[in-house]
Structures are given as structure tokens and as C-alpha cells.
Design a protein around this ligand. Structure first.
Ligand code: EPU
Length: 439
């Protein structure tokens, strides 16, 4: 990771110039959880289709510091993890501060070893991002939670006890982590008001194939019969599902920047909300089982329409992770749209950059904006640059630069690298003029 790297992008001034095929990687947010779940196993596990993003590097470093043995083959994108050599349960504070998903490790560590300590996890600054659901879940399962010297220290007195847990807020990480913790617990755990993101099912189905007893997968109520400490055995490899957020990002980009873009190795059924919204706006999209094609209309490229009202939502609604690319798309549509961010309270920081480029946006409140389009995004005054505020806002400013007139510099791109593998290689192959430079 080099904090001084930037992208320089020459925009297409609103013309649709991207063309070709982009191949989607395995889902970062699934792979991170499978790596954590390896702690539930009695020996080595093999994980396939692991993306090469810096968040994966970070969680593997945390696992190594705990004592896990890791063999990574970046060529065929597989990882073998042996957690039987783990000797520590204190999660490295410096590494954990850089990544929210580090909190997911606490469930498997606590349920297997009876204790865990960790700092408040970091990650994208997109809201307050409390961990109250994790802590209260562990307490309900019989653990004692203490906060000492800026660390959470949790002790389960050797075992977690199955119980009923209702999530007052729908949480992806909370659902996954308590589900994993319950796998080795004593008795039955019922999790209610669960998140239903496909990455959760990806993990649960793998755990079941290796001996776990999880039912209600993909529904709001998940029931786990604990094994009373009996570890899982790696009967099958974990195969990471395609990254629906990477696929959705390229789809939205294609909707306003591509003549014809084929997004392959993805699962269109995981992107129904985005596909429907784009179609409603007038974008031509076709799908088959594993690919999506988005293209401009051949004759005259009819004007894209605004959408009146768009809200992010838990799966299967519009993902919060696609909000920033979607807003960037909306700058190219005719009319007004109100966009409401329902999941995170600070996910509109990138708007300032779009406004500097000439987008007509009114911030109504920290969760709601009003856009008027279409706008030609234009070059910034001499010396002004764009910033990637988080992984997905980073993609949005890349997209805005490609739409823009002139040349743009984007800083902080190590945040984009956390979630998008080889973004410049993929974009260049589609015809973009993008360069990574070190300042
Ligand atoms: N929340 C609480 N208390 C908790 C846990 C969550 O109040 O104990 C709140 C959060 O503050 C937020 C809401 O619940 O307002 C939803 O958060 P959630 O727990 O679902 O998010 P997460 O598990 O931390 C994952 C993804 C995010 C994605 C969200 C929502 C991973 C590693 N991260 O985060 O992905 O935005 O779900 O879908 O799976 C990204 O990839 O760029 C990214 C940020």
C-alpha cells in the first residue's frame, strides 16, 4: 500500500467510449468472512476465487499474527489456511484499526478459544459504525465484556451458550459473526432480524457442507445448532461468489460511459435492484445466468431519465455500497432525483468533489441529497484534485473523471485498492486513459 499514489484520468467529456468485457472477481466481503471462519476448523481449509485486494492482505496479516499458517497462490487465487496453529487471541490493534471486518474474527476466536481482545475496529469512515450488536450478542451468549486500555476484552468462560438474539438493527457483520460464534456453541442459537446479503449464505452453506447445522439461510431468522466445541472438518473447498458490488460498479459505469460493456463472471440475480433502477432510467441491459451486457442505444442515444426517489436498502434493495456510483450516474440523467442513504450516516462526502466538477446537488441533510441533471462534469481549477473518501466513493470519483471534460487527479487511491482488484488494468482494457502515479 502506497499512500502517495494517485490516479490521473483523462475524461471522455460525456461521450460513451468504453467498450469490451470486464471480468468480475470473487467477493471481498465474502472472502474476508471465509478467512475468519477458518478458525472454526480442525485443520487446513482451502479457499478459492479470492480477490487480490488490500483488505484481504490485511486480514491475512492479522491471521498470521494470531499464529495461523497461510499459503497464498495469487496466480490461481487460492488460499490455504491452517488455524490449528493459532496460539493468540488478541487481534493486532494497528492492523484492526485499518479494517472494520477485523471485528468478524472475534466470533470464531471467542467460540473456539474462550477469549478475545481487540480494539474498536476501523475501516471506511462512512458513519459511526458501532459494534454494540456484537458485544450484546456475546453477553447474551454468556460472555463477560470489559473495556480496558482502549481494548475490548471478552471472556466466555470456555463456552458460548446458545440463546435467542434479536438484532435491533439489520447488520451484515453482526449476522455473520454471531452465526459463526454459534456454530461451536453449546445448544441452539436463534438469530432474528438477520441481514440477507448473499455473502452470508455463501459462508453458511460452506459451513454446513463441513458439518455445521445452520438453517434459515437467506431468511431473516437463522437457527444454529451448536456443536459444543466440536470443530468443523474441511470436507469441501470454499468457493467465493462473484463480487456483486464490483459487478454493480462496472454496470453503473457502463450505463453512462460505455458504448457496449459485458460484465462477465457475475451473478445478475444478486443485482436485481440496480438493474431495475437503471432500466427505469432508460438504460439498455440484458442478462444471462453469469453475465450482464449494458449498451447505449444505437440511434441518437436517447436521454436517460431521473428517478424521483432512490433509497439504499439492505439486500435485496439498492446496496449502500453502490450509492456513490449510482449518484454519479444520476448526474447524467434528465430531471431531479432525491437520494436517501438509509444505512450509513456519513456516506455523502464525495458529493463535494462532484459539485466542484459542476454537478448540481443540494445536500438536504447528512443522509439526503437532491440532484438535477444532466450535467457535463468539467475540469477543476488549476491545482485542485479529487479524493477517494472510501472504497466506493473512490470508484465514484473515478467514474466522474471518466465522464468529465479534461484531466483529473484522484488522491487517496489506496482506499480504492481495498476493494477493487486492478481497477486501472480493467479500465484501460476497456479504453480508459488512466495512469497510477506516485507523488
Ligand atoms: N451497526 C450498529 N451496531 C453494530 C453493527 C452495525 O449500529 O453492532 C450499524 C452500522 O453502523 C450501520 C448498519 O448497522 O449503520 C449496517 O452495518 P453492517 O453491520 O451491516 O455493516 P458491516 O457489516 O460493517 C458490511 C460491508 C460493508 C457494507 C455493509 C452494508 C463487509 C466487510 N463490509 O459492513 O461494505 O457497506 O455491510 O451492506 O462486509 C465496502 O465493501 O465498501 C463496505 C463498506
Amino acid at each position: 500500500m502506497n499512500l502517495k499514489e494517485s490516479f490521473i484520468i483523462k475524461g471522455f467529456a460525456g461521450e460513451r467510449k468504453l467498450n469490451g468485457t470486464v471480468r468480475i472477481n470473487g467477493a471481498k466481503n465474502s472472502a474476508l468472512k471465509a478467512i475468519s471462519a477458518s478458525i472454526l476448523f480442525d485443520g487446513p481449509v482451502s479457499l478459492e476465487n479470492i480477490p487480490q485486494t488490500s483488505d484481504i492482505d490485511t486480514i491475512l496479516s492479522i491471521m498470521e499474527k494470531l499464529g495461523a499458517r497461510i499459503e497464498r497462490n495469487t496466480h490461481d487465487k487460492t488460499i490455504k489456511i491452517d488455524s490449528s496453529s493459532i496460539t493468540k487471541t488478541d487481534i493486532d490493534a494497528d492492523l484492526a484499526k485499518g479494517m472494520r471486518a477485523s471485528v468478524v474474527l472475534t466470533g470464531p476466536l471467542l467460540t473456539r478459544f474462550g477469549s478475545v481482545s481487540f480494539p474498536a475496529p476501523g475501516g471506511c469512515v462512512i458513519g459511526f459504525r458501532s459494534i454494540d450488536l456484537f458485544l450484546s450478542g456475546y453477553e447474551k451468549m454468556g460472555s463477560i465484556v470489559k473495556e480496558e486500555d482502549s481494548l475490548y476484552k471478552i471472556n466466555s468462560q470456555n463456552k458460548l451458550i446458545g440463546t435467542e438474539i434479536f438484532f435491533n438493527k439489520i447488520s451484515v457483520g453482526g449476522t455473520e459473526t454471531l452465526m459463526m460464534a454459534a456454530v461451536l456453541a453449546e445448544g441452539t442459537t436463534v438469530l432474528k432480524n438477520c441481514a440477507m446479503e448473499p455473502e452470508i449464505a455463501n459462508i453458511a452453506e460452506w459451513l454446513n457442507a463441513c458439518g455445521a447445522k445452520i438453517s434459515g439461510i437467506g431468511t431473516p431468522t437463522i437457527t444454529i445448532q451448536g456443536s459444543s466445541g466440536k470443530l468443523l472438518s474441511a470436507k469441501v473447498n470454499f468457493i467465493t461468489i462473484p463480487d456483486r458490488i464490483e459487478a454493480g460498479s462496472y454496470l453503473i459505469l457502463g450505463a453512462c460511459c460505455a458504448e457496449k460493456l459485458i460484465i462477465e463472471h457475475c451473478q445478475p440475480k444478486h443485482l436485481e435492484s440496480v438493474i431495475e433502477l437503471l432500466r427505469e432510467s432508460g438504460v439498455t441491459i440484458s442478462t444471462n445466468e453469469n453475465s450482464i451486457t449494458v449498451q447505449s442505444d444505437k440511434i441518437g442515444d436517447k436521454c436517460l431519465k431521473s428517478l424521483i426517489n432512490v433509497r439504499t436498502h439492505e439486500y435485496p434493495g439498492l446496496p449502500t455500497d453502490l450509492q456513490a456510483p449510482f449518484v454519479t450516474f444520476l448526474t447524467q440523467t434528465l430531471g431531479e432525483t432525491v437520494v436517501f442513504e438509509t444505512i450509513f450516516e456519513a456516506r455523502f462526502k464525495y458529493i463535494e468533489d462532484l459539485m466542484k466538477m459542476g454537478a448540481f446537488i443540494t445536500v438536504m441533510n447528512p443522509r439526503e441529497i437532491l440532484l438535477k441533471g444532466p450535467m457535463q462534469l468539467s475540469e477543476l481549477p488549476q491545482g485542485e484534485e479529487l479524493t477517494a473518501h472510501d472504497i466506493r466513493a473512490g470508484f465514484a470519483v473515478v467514474m466522474a473523471s471518466l465522464l468529465g471534460r479534461g484531466s483529473f487527479t484522484i488522491n487517496n487511491i489506496h482506499l480504492i485498492d481495498r476493494g477493487y482488484e486492478d481497477i486501472e488494468g480493467k479500465l484501460r482494457k476497456l479504453g480508459a486513459n488512466i495512469e497510477r502515479v506516485v507523488s
